[in-house]
Design a protein around this ligand. Structure first.
Ligand code: DX5
Ligand code: ZN
Length: 224
């Protein structure tokens, strides 16, 4: 059985205060965030626009914790190098957005970042099978990508368990990340189902006390 020792909490900066971004990400890091999750949206793959490499670079200057860049972008291979140069440690590209995911994944690793593949709620886990040996992470979306603050899609729990089974069957090593609609209440279920990395935007950045929010989520992960 593949043993993943740690679970990571990655606050999604999408729900932070963009007017005081540096202070806000520093506050999240000080509150116990393991990584920061940065949602890049192009207005094409998803119906929303967010940040480009300059914002990622500004966040990189503000904190030293790992930056997990989630590219919700059509043809992401055109932009991955820019985000890695800006300081991304982890780069997720979507299966649905790539014509050749394997080539994009290999390129991310060659450039020194951890490659990850994202799958939308409508995409089966089996879509990741071909690239699984080359992945450092598989991102299972638990909302339709595009916006923070949506409700968790419960069918994602079975997909997390399937992802874990796929990892075991292939002897692969990728982490499993869950993203979308995570709350203090359902984080434990997601972890028990298979998630190693828990993304939470609203549940952390819209909470009055980031440290209390992260501690509450972490407590539920360890009892999962
Ligand atoms: C959705 C993004 C998520 C989002 C999570 O497209 O990929 O990372 O910011 O936000 P919450 O936790 O509010 O669902
Ligand atoms: Zn995301």
């Amino acid at each position: 059985m593949t043993c993943v020792a740690h679970r990571y909490i990655a606050p999604s900066v999408l729900s932070a205060d963009f007017g005081r971004l540096a202070e806000d990400v520093q506050a999240a890091a000080a509150a116990g965030a393991d990584w920061l999750h940065l949602d890049v949206m192009d207005g094409h793959f998803v119906p929303n626009l967010t940040m480009g490499p300059d914002i990622v670079a500004a966040i990189r200057r503000a904190t030293s914790i790992p930056l997990d860049v989630h590219m919700m972008v059509t043809d992401p291979g055109r932009y991955t190098a820019h985000f890695i140069d800006a300081g991304a440690d982890w780069v997720s590209v979507h299966y649905e957005a790539c014509t050749e995911p394997q080539a994009v994944i290999e390129d991310i690793r060659t450039r020194g970042a951890h490659p990850s593949l994202g799958i939308n709620p409508g995409t089966p886990v089996s879509a990741a099978e071909a690239t699984a040996p080359a992945l450092d992470m598989l991102l299972v979306m638990s909302v339709h990508p595009g916006f923070g603050g949506q409700r968790f899609i419960p069918e994602a729990l079975a997909k997390l368990t399937e992802a874990r089974a796929l990892r075991e069957r292939l002897g692969a090593r990728f982490l499993i990340e869950v993203d979308g609609g995570i709350t203090t209440e359902n984080a434990g279920q997601a972890a028990a189902a298979g998630a190693d990395v828990i993304v939470a935007g609203t549940a952390i950045f819209r909470a009055p006390d980031y440290a209390a929010a992260i501690t509450a989520i972490r407590r539920n992960l360890t009892t999962a």
